[in-house]
Design a binder for this molecule. Sequence first.
Ligand SMILES: Cc1ncc(COP(=O)(O)O)c(C=O)c1O
Length: 431
Amino acid sequence: MNTTDDDALDLAALAAPNMSPVLGRYMDRSWSHGVGHRLYDTAGNGYLDFANGIAVTSLGHTHPRVTAAIHAQVDKLIGPVHAIGFAESTVTLANMLAASVPDPLDAVLFLNSGSETIDGAIKLARRVTGRPGIIAFRGAFHGRTIGATSVTTSSINYRTGYEPLLPSVYFAPYPAAFEHGGDEEAATRSSMASLRSLLASIIAPSQVAAILIEPVQGEGGYYPAPVEFMRELRALCDEHGMLLIADEVQSGFGRTGEMWAFEHAGIVPDVVVTAKAIANGLPLSAIITSHELQERWGRGAHGTTYGGNPVACAAGVAVLQTIADEDLVANARLRGAELSGGLRELMADHPGIGDVRGPGLMIGVEFVSDRSTRQPDGALAEAVAARASEAGLLLLTCGVHHQVIRWIPPLDVTVPEIEEALSIFERALKG
Ligand SMILES: Cc1ncc(COP(=O)(O)O)c(C=O)c1O
């Protein structure tokens, strides 16, 4: 401790007069700095950060390689130079990102945020196919711009007052196995049946430009789509000339124990959108498709002022190099299995936990008031998350009823840190 809590700078109080009240916050603590996997408040208390700005600082705070890359780039070239040419870090990152996705994906369009990639992907799909329809999934969160809001249903507050949203957007149920007692086959069958019924009676496949899916649903509750569902979705899109858009904004960059979550199903989407962890905290995002698709989209069909900023891209290059050099995708797989195992052990003693699920380090712990009815218990999840934070472990909730605690540790999390987190969580569960 550097100061007492009473002397510490109270940023919430300083923010109150002039900072917008619009942004929702899980907590209103005052943060001083971050080092590695810990955040420090203005009173000097350290917290193990398993929230990471919602899957953004996947290499932890002030990672030495990322920080060094940013420093070096700041001294060379800060501003974007799109209109007049190319910057080296931007080109390097595009080449590295293209190498991280399967063929035929090889063309990268940089933007600034996840929401922008969703708007861009919708525009691409409509222009290239000449069709209006977009199918998204219930419970999805794709962002806050008007296009992204139109395909988002994870909270009614995100849509209220904004109608009319984009026309020709339709929703199918997400294949959440939990809602089918953990039966992935039943979830796949049920969601595919709803999708086919939608295409038979509401919008013809010939009118659908794209199906948009999070391979692991994020804000909606950390539900992984069954592998078989992703395969059937790919086949359905192929059958009808619809584009398959994978929103990997939260699930990408090694988070699930594969570089991209769609890889678990062995399929290749037509469009992949990514953001969050791409530059470990600097604003950057990307739409990745085949060159052929972006050629068809057309020169000048979309654009950006800041997207592909050289400093953000230099950070992005350091992120991808670190993930490769330290084998962090494998670490996400191994540490994820340990963390899931520990959480399942806790589930055995705590009837309030209805499910522990998710690949790699994208793990959802669902709280229920009754395991047999799977009735969501958001109040319990929020109370446990709050107690964990008080005890020094930052965890966030998600889910339509805030009933899921999501575990998003850094990709380079260690065994002792997982043990520490599980021990704090166990105490938080007891109340
Ligand atoms: C899956 C997914 N898509 C899109 C977005 C929107 O990204 P941004 O907040 O950068 O606009 C988010 C943000 O949480 C997300 O989780």
